[in-house]
Design a protein around this ligand. Structure first.
Ligand SMILES: [Zn+2]
Length: 198
């Protein structure tokens, strides 16, 4: 469904005058929170620039929503509509390949926070996996709880050599390690076509 942005609260939150074409839409104007990304709070130095960026991109514009089907009523704990947001191209077609959630990260005004309890997988927004954020670097978790010959993601069915460039894009909380290719295959995983493990 679509609507027109009437107000931008901060980088990742805005108000939308929205069509009531979905039973989860209760009000003429709903507050929308971008799913799986986090912009800096307005109380931080990076907050206002993020808001300016989102305001320039969104205010007065028509946008399309993919509301999270897993959250209750499609809302987060603050009753905001949780969604992936799509912009229109200049010729009026929806840009479904690069949601605004991704564009905000690309612009450096948000980082990916993959909440796995919603329907979205932000890795799908990038062809080459989630870019490493600059705002809050992924902690360099030691290999204590890990280890093994091959690594996969709980969100896909491929397994990799740990040195594979795709294997390296797997978020540490999504990693699953295998001690052998037999173990990986028994778990339903298939070899990555790039690093081609046995
Ligand atoms: Zn690989």
């Amino acid at each position: 469904m679509s609507g027109v942005v009437t107000n931008v609260v901060d980088g990742d939150t805005f108000d939308l005058r929205i069509e009531k074409t979905d039973p989860r839409i209760l009000y003429e104007i709903e507050r929308v929170r971008l799913a799986d990304v986090d912009s800096p709070e307005m109380s931080t130095p990076e907050g206002p620039p993020a808001k300016v960026s989102s305001t320039e991109a969104l205010l007065g514009k028509k946008v399309w929503l993919d509301i999270d089907d897993k959250s209750k009523d499609g809302r987060d704990m603050y009753e905001r509509i949780l969604a992936v947001v799509y912009l229109e191209d200049l010729n009026g077609t929806i840009n479904t390949t690069h949601p605004f959630n991704r564009l905000l990260v690309d612009a450096g005004h948000a980082v990916v926070k993959d909440f796995t309890n919603n329907e979205f997988d932000p890795a799908a927004w990038w062809e080459e996996g989630i870019p490493q954020p600059e705002l809050s670097p992924v902690p360099d978790t030691a290999t204590t709880a890990k280890g093994g010959q091959f690594v996969g993601s709980v969100r896909s069915d491929k397994y990799h050599y740990p040195s594979c460039k795709w294997g390296k894009t797997i978020a540490s909380h999504n990693e699953i390690w295998f001690s052998s290719s037999e173990e990986a295959r028994a778990a339903g995983y298939v070899p990555c076509g790039a690093c081609n493990p046995p």
